[in-house]
Design a protein around this ligand. Structure first.
Ligand code: AHR
Ligand code: AHR
Length: 516
């Protein structure tokens, strides 16, 4: 890796910071196309365009109409047994029920993401590399639930330390050869760590110099290029830089902040030419955010043909993101082919599992309302000025900031996926956690202590209303408000907030519709 000392420092520092969501401001260049018949899936469309898939990865659906093999493999914690998860029907969607039964009563990780192209380019947890010498962990198999075509499925939830790679591939572009790539990602799950990538990388797991990568990047890392607004952006990891355009370390205002719940991110490259395209994976067409020559120092390219997911080329593994499907092609796909692929993606019917009021399913956005008679207009919120967590009144006339500060994204529990963690809606990567039994909003530092401090197991509310949230590492303590501050508290104990007075009411919460 060639990166100056301050930049290296800045990158590590930035890993710990959050970033506000910004509105997407697309530059519409692409045109809508008609929906694809189910007889053609994404890779059938690329093949018809003369740019066939050489790798096709998805945990949610078949990317060829004729594909009827396994999508991915899971391993369960109870006995380390593995099983393959396939499709409900040829060319259809994942059989997530098979995963649910295999993983019942224990937890599972995703150990293989199979290549559907027939070339054997399967992804497995990445080996150590130049930046992080230790291998990466597999993703939790249940942390990214969605529905697709009305059926339940799971994505690949990448957090710091999780990543996949294949250093020995077949048919993937090398040198200056042309290729195309796309990924469907969760536009609301990202950070500024290096690097939530999918695509072509070094076969050595080291930074082999400018042009030795060509991978889609999604996130708000701002220490190389940036786009418009605060991010996240779709950029191209071409090694020693995440590029939004042709100029090194600059801003391309044409590359918008894009954060659709399901976002299509596309990248393609050929000799001294490359392009970024993107759109909403649930509806509408693609836009072109950049198309032009290589940055100085990147022509010709020196692609090596490995495939990675969720990490940088040198195994930098500080990034977060969620991947549902993606492919790599041989040849530079036409815009028309890509537009047809986008129509196929939107027709697949990705949707959130969120069911609104009352839901605590992972992926849901909620607000948490107090039930004590003093405080039924109060919700759990953080404050931008410090890391403390309080209850305070929120209503329809509250500011957008207050509404966002009191909105939480339910995640599968960081320490126990049958429980939950609460990620801030406006500070991605930051979670409610206790420390000295008081609640704070802190960035996940990936320690097991943090995971435990941020995991709460829902039970029926102590006062019969809503839920009580039991601390996973102090099972006698529950989320509680006391003097308008939030703690984890036992019913009688040594801290003032363990007071038995109105304990049941103070520890019972309604899951309300999200304010933000
Ligand atoms: O190009 C950005 C990153 O820089 C690469 O992913 C990584 O190999 C290097 O640290
Ligand atoms: O948190 C507000 C109130 O403070 C609680 O209901 C009570 O326990 C304490 O007095």
């Amino acid at each position: 890796m060639i990166i100056s000392g301050w930049l290296r420092h800045a990158r590590r520092t930035l890993l710990a910071t959050g970033a506000a969501l910004a509105l997407a401001t697309g530059v519409l260049v692409g045109t809508a196309t008609t929906s694809q018949a189910a007889s053609q899936q994404a890779c059938d469309i690329y093949a018809a365009g003369g740019t066939p898939c050489v790798a096709a990865h998805s945990t949610t659906r078949a990317l060829y109409a004729a594909y009827n093999g396994p999508l991915y493999q899971v391993r369960r914690a109870s006995d380390n047994a593995t099983t393959n998860i396939g499709l409900l029907s040829a060319g259809g969607v994942a059989n997530a029920t098979a995963q649910d039964s295999f993983c019942a009563g224990t937890s599972c990780v995703i150990t293989v993401i199979y290549d559907q192209s027939g070339r054997g380019n399967n992804l497995t947890p990445a080996p150590g590399g130049g930046e992080v010498a230790t291998p990466d962990r597999p993703a939790d198999a249940t942390s990214a639930p969605v529905t697709i075509g009305g059926q339940k499925a799971y994505g690949v939830f990448i957090s710091a330390g999780v990543g996949y790679r294949d250093d020995s591939t077949n048919g993937v572009a090398t040198g200056d050869s042309p290729e195309g790539e796309y990924g469907v990602v969760d536009g609301t799950h990202y950070n500024n760590g290096c690097c939530f990538d999918y695509g072509n990388a070094e076969t050595t797991n080291h930074d082999d110099g400018n042009g030795t990568m060509e991978a889609i990047y999604f996130g708000n890392a701002s220490y190389w290029d940036t786009g418009a607004g605060n991010g996240p952006w779709i950029m191209a990891d071409q090694e020693n830089g995440l590029f939004s355009g042709s100029n090194v370390n600059s801003q391309n205002p044409g590359d918008p902040t894009i954060n659709h719940r399901f976002t299509t991110a596309m990248l393609k490259g050929e000799s001294n030419q490359w392009a970024i395209r993107g759109g909403d994976a649930q509806s509408g067409s693609l836009s072109t955010f950049f198309s032009g020559p290589r940055p100085t120092g990147y022509n010709p390219m020196h692609k090596e043909g490995a495939i990675l997911l969720g990490i940088g080329g040198d195994n930098s593994n500080g990034a977060a993101g969620t991947f549902y499907e993606g492919v790599m092609t041989s040849g530079y796909p036409s815009d028309a082919t890509e537009n047809s692929v986008q129509a196929n993606i939107t027709a697949a019917g990705y949707a959130d599992t969120s069911s609104g009021t009352g839901s605590i399913a992972p992926g849901s956005r909620i607000s948490l309302q107090a039930t004590t008679s003093c405080c039924t207009g109060d919700y759990i919120r953080h404050d931008d000025s410090d890391t403390k967590v309080v209850i305070s009144p929120v209503d329809s006339s509250s500011s957008a900031t207050v509404k966002a500060d009191s909105t939480w994204i339910v995640r599968a529990g960081l320490a126990n996926s049958t429980c939950v963690s609460f990620e801030s809606a406006n500070d991605p990567g930051q979670y409610l956690r206790h420390s000295n039994f008081q609640l704070y909003l802190n960035a996940n530092d990936n320690t097991s202590l943090f995971a435990q401090d941020a995991t709460f197991c829902p039970q029926t509310g102590q006062n019969g209303q809503g839920y009580s949230f039991q601390s996973v590492n102090y099972p006698d303590k529950y989320l509680r408000h006391f003097n308008y501050t939030v703690y984890t508290a036992s019913d009688g104990g040594s801290n003032t907030w363990d007071s038995t007075t109105s304990w049941a009411d103070d520890t019972s919460w309604l899951t309300a519709q999200p304010w933000g």
